[in-house]
Design a binder for this molecule. Sequence first.
Ligand SMILES: O=P(O)(O)OC[C@H]1O[C@H](OP(=O)(O)OP(=O)(O)O)[C@H](O)[C@@H]1O
Ligand code: HPA
Length: 181
Amino acid sequence: MNPDILKVLYSQDDIHAITARLGAELKRDYAGKNPLVVCILKGAIMFMTDLVREIDDYMELDFMDVSSYGDATESSGEVKIIKDLDASVKDRNVLIVEDIVDTGRTLKYLTDIFKTRQAKSVRICALMDKPEGRVVDVQADYVGTTVPNEFVVGYGLDYAERYRNLPYIGVLKPEVYAAKS
Ligand SMILES: O=P(O)(O)OC[C@H]1O[C@H](OP(=O)(O)OP(=O)(O)O)[C@H](O)[C@@H]1O
Ligand code: HPA
């Protein structure tokens, strides 16, 4: 295990069980709806690629890069678009795929944008929900699992751009970021 990890919360097998369950729910709910599946980079990259391979129906994939944490473990409060979608969301059934809902700022910002752009429907599928972190009122429609109020990394999630490649999700040792905050 990576020495900066305090404890593993979800192993590769755990994550696979979660993506398989969510994939089955999405396959059922989006049958015939040709959704536009929007991956929120960079954190959701691993989750998105595993999730959509659980579904063998028509769907389109697009990618949006937004950031609000920078190199910190706390949200700056400002969500910045680094890369916008290629596709238009107008009249589309949009499914946002996120790695984690923490303060909720990122998802509130995105759902507001997609509604302004006249999406037909906007739903959220989040691998992890951290309800104790919530600052704005937002709730994912599909949730993989609920996590405690600790900083988690791995499987796409980073601290200062590190740990995204870990195949598991773990709690980062606080001493790794304490000195820098
Ligand atoms: O609910 P919130 O408090 O808004 O936090 C959730 C967001 O924070 C992280 O993104 P980040 O801004 O770190 O960018 P990244 O995905 O590129 O790491 C994460 O991937 C979510 O998109
Ligand atoms: O716990 C977290 N880990 C990594 N990125 C995050 N963005 C919001 N919360 C987290």
